[in-house]
Ligand binder design. Sequence first.
Ligand code: GRF
Length: 208
Amino acid sequence: MPAFSDPSQQNQSDQTPLRIGVMASGNGSNFEALAQAIDAGTLAAEIRLLVVNNPGCGAQQRAQRLGIPCTVLDHRVLRERERLDQALVDCFRSAAVEVIVMAGWMRIVTPVLINGFADRLVNIHPSLLPSFKGLDGIGQALAAGVKITGCSVHLVTAELDGGPILAQAAVPVEEKDTHATLSERVHQAEHRLLPEAINAMIPVWRQG
Ligand code: GRF
């Protein structure tokens, strides 16, 4: 757990749902898992805004179906990383977002975003960090021949997939696993872990 201010200073009175923003590039199953946990009452939050960088991606379609506002910030238009990140900061600030969740955001982020939401920018990664950072954590685990892999929820810092770990879940690798079957089980674990990890952090964020 990262060092935050004294828990005794915690503002216990703020019982309003945590206002979260979500960033996604692709399918968006983790985004939908957050929405489902909110509906089920296991995540005390509301999703104020989804931002996608790929117009028409699965995450955007899910947002339409779920009635969640979605903004497209296309990296092919906002070509400099810092410009894209400043636009993200502006969008989420306008939506009064307290915490941002990167749920399958496939772009490297810069200090513009990291410092704009310091200790309030969360990522989910499909491996047991610090193993298998970067692209294709599932493929890396299969290639390494590990018997257990999993997923990690962590705060985002300047080091790629290297920020403080908030929560992890283990997933056994089976002999007959393919990339698709292992990916499916890691995704199932992610869909449980991500809302749980966010919910557990609410008192910490609310104290700051
Ligand atoms: C997940 O495996 C997540 O760990 C990684 O990107 C994938 C996103 O999947 N960062 P989905 O779009 O939420 O289905």
